[in-house]
Design a protein around this ligand. Structure first.
Ligand code: CA
Ligand code: CA
Ligand code: CA
Length: 251
């Protein structure tokens, strides 16, 4: 009986082991077929999808950058165009104001001229344009002649045009009349007494020659037809007649 019990146990254990093996086999059989290949496939698929997503992301980012760059460039162009237009407007306004200022200045000059033309020169003075001229009969050196002009509210004549030169030539008492011309400040640099540089000149032939190295004052000659009204530099200490010029004012 004992041996039977033992055999039963042995057979029982054997049966249990068989059952366990069968169950394990069944569990293995329940797994999906070829799982390793499928998993690798899925993994590859995921990688491909991931790469595509990354490409799409970059593509969108690149498109965005291009869009914003275009926007920025357009804004920059608009800004520069508006700045240019503004600059043109400012320049135009400035030019208009300058033109208006010139126009007003000319109108004032015209009014002053009209008033001055209606005025007469003092007795003994001759009128030409907007100035009065006085020719002395007395003779003085250049500096004293000038002082005499100043004492009368005038100065030695300044020749501003050929027409004025011709008019003053007709006044010359001669043979030599002092005019408002000097190079005493700097030898060879001739200036008018009103401080303006001498641009147009009517020097007689060979003049100015600073004869003997001491001729710093200008005079007009009357001693011959060829030289009449032409200029010479002379020793300032010599006594000559002189010509004053006084501008007309509307006061
Ligand atoms: Ca003048
Ligand atoms: Ca000189
Ligand atoms: Ca001379």
């Amino acid at each position: 009986m004992e041996s039977t019990g033992t055999n039963d146990d042995i057979y029982g254990n054997f049966e249990m082991e068989e059952v366990d093996k069968n169950r394990a086999t069944q569990r293995r059989n329940k797994l999906p077929p070829k799982c390793g290949t499928v998993c690798v496939g899925l993994l590859l698929a995921l990688l491909v999808v991931g790469n595509i997503g990354q490409l799409v992301y970059h593509a969108v980012s690149s498109t965005d950058r291009e869009y914003y760059n275009n926007q920025r460039e357009e804004l920059q162009r608009n800004y520069e165009a508006k700045l240019g237009n503004l600059s043109d407007e400012v320049q135009t306004t400035h030019l208009i104001r300058e033109a208006k200022a010139r126009e007003l200045t000319q109108q004032v000059r015209d009014i002053v001229t009209m008033i001055a033309k209606g005025k007469n020169c003092d007795t003994g003075w001759k009128k030409y344009g907007l100035s009065c001229y006085f020719v002395s009969t007395a003779k003085k050196n250049w500096a004293a002649s000038r002082e005499d002009c100043k004492a009368q509210g005038a100065d030695l004549v300044v020749i501003n045009s050929e027409e004025e030169k011709d008019f003053v030539t007709g006044l010359v008492n001669g043979p030599e009349d002092w005019i408002g011309l000097t190079d005493s400040a700097q030898e060879g640099s001739w200036m008018w007494v009103d401080g303006t540089p001498v641009t147009t000149t009517y020097w007689s032939g060979g003049q100015p020659n600073s004869s003997k190295g001491d001729q710093d004052c200008g005079e007009m000659w009357k001693d011959s037809k060829q030289k009449k009204g032409l200029w010479n530099d002379e020793d300032c200490s010599l006594n000559n007649t002189w010509i004053c010029e006084k501008k007309l004012t509307f006061e």
